[in-house]
Ligand binder design. Sequence first.
Ligand code: SAH
Length: 341
Amino acid sequence: MQNIYGYTINDLEKYFESFGEKKFKATQVFEWLYKKRVTSFDEMSNIKKENQEKLKADFSINQLNIIDKKSDIDVNKYLFELSDGEKIEAVLMRHDYGNSLCVSSQVGCNMGCSFCESGRLKKVRNLETYEMVLQILMVKKDLNIRISHIVLMGIGEPLDNYDNVVKFIDIINSPKGIDIGSRHITVSTCGLVPKIREFINLGKQVNLAISLHAPNNELRNKLMNINKAYPIEEVIKVVKEYIDVTNRRVTFEYIMLKDVNDQVNHALELAKLLKGINCYVNLIPYNETSHIEFKKTGQEQIMKFYDILKKNGIGVTIRREFGSKVKAACGQLRAEHKEVA
Ligand code: SAH
């Protein structure tokens, strides 16, 4: 049985029309699900009994189970259990501009980045659309807050789960649903070039973040397997296409790994690579994990790197560190549970 949270408004309109009902029933259901936040079809009081029964027979409305939760002042981290027992994470970060939720897109990940905890555990399966939508609803309800931004930067490679991610964006972006503006949604990818191209052609004004992490192919090949399939020059080419079509600035994420990619020559090479592109670099302090030998770059060296980029005309920010006390690094909570289980 399909879970109702995986249906776009368009899907639901088609559903109602398939048995001769009016399209606007879909809007009513959407409002119950996303504005009034009921969790049973019985509570949808403007839907007639007969249709409530039909919905019940055709859809599940099951939620996710929250099985662990860790909090700090500026961060709330959730571990969910899915109906098949798999576990995923979502992390709520409180910024001064609003609350941003980092959503997972897969159980594990197959991209095999050498520094990343999620990849260490390999991909088990893609998340269904409803499992992504429910991460938002569960956190919203648990904390009773507004979530203004969504980043697809949790466990998994979103563009390796393309169709479900596109549906997810459609549902959360709908004014009749959770209504998160496309400019407040960010898809982060390790660089699946053909999928980025497909994504551009969708014509959505969603932000694109590229996990770059190295200024040349030799180093990027060592850190990120995907670079062997889609080297830096192809990534840069598709980023330029994105900018041409959307006129939007791209973010390059760059994890600072001590003595690996954080030296002066790397900064200079990166500045040269990105010169003239409408982008900025987000320097990410590495979140160390006990299983992987990489170390985080010290604050002083991060500042040095930052200054070089800045002096060379590249927009640059340093990511604020959230919740290192609560193991907020990608996939760490899930990994921890897997190992004790
Ligand atoms: N697969 C997508 C999105 C998930 S990872 C991608 O690669 O972009 C989200 C970001 O977290 C990526 O930039 C990833 O490289 C980074 N990341 C992974 N492990 C990390 C760690 N231990 N500390 C800091 N950032 C990490």
